[in-house]
Design a binder for this molecule. Sequence first.
Ligand code: ADP
Ligand code: ADP
Length: 216
Amino acid sequence: MISAIEISKTYHNSRTAALKNTNIVIDEGSINVIMGKSGSGKSTLLNILSGLIEPSTGTVYMMNKDYYRLSEKEKAQFRGKYFGYVFQSFQLIYELTVYDNIIMPLHITNQKVNEQAVYQLLKDLEIYHYMRSFPSELSGGQQQRVAIARAMIHNPKVIFADEPTGNLDSENSLRVIELLTRLCKKNQTTLLVVTHDKQLIKNPDHLFILKDGKLV
Ligand code: ADP
Ligand code: ADP
């Protein structure tokens, strides 16, 4: 699905590389965890693999395309079609209901809403009864499940999640991750999760550990 060859990243205002000559392959439909201490390069690696920041050196093939050779417009279209993103802060729109938050990406891109697909996602994430509620009426764990539904509404090939449980207590964290991984397996969606929590995902297909910008 994604393969990165000898990628490295040095930020403009930095003397040391945040990521050093890294090779990584992400298999289609696999559950992947990236771990490491704060500052080890997890977000940098995820952001490169998810098409958000260009590496300083190296090549990233996404579904056989040399992604960073595409134009800005082509990259944006590619991400919109194939990728879904989940963040530590849920980034919901608090003026909209749960339902309207979830269908937002379809609205923006002028796509038809398949009501049944929305209901199925709501059920899979156990938030069906909250579809007419507003995010502020939900717990953090429930809000993150809404954000996951929104990230999956267009049937992406890959979900990228950077510390998706960073704002949740341990009970809600496990629930969110359990539902997220179950849904990805069911839909054969590839999943990449960055976390520093060893306990979070019990049996990923691949566990990548970063130390000082290098995969160990
Ligand atoms: P985390 O450890 O949770 O991944 P960080 O605190 O490292 O998050 O980074 C938060 C944000 O600040 C990120 O968007 C990152 O790119 C940016 N950032 C981190 N370190 C620096 C830095 N030294 N200079 C500028 N921006 C930074
Ligand atoms: P992690 O996600 O593991 O906390 P990051 O990828 O956020 O690690 O950061 C790796 C290193 O790069 C850190 O030293 C961080 O301070 C630095 N860094 C991250 N983002 C930026 C940025 N935008 N500008 C400068 N330095 C950054």
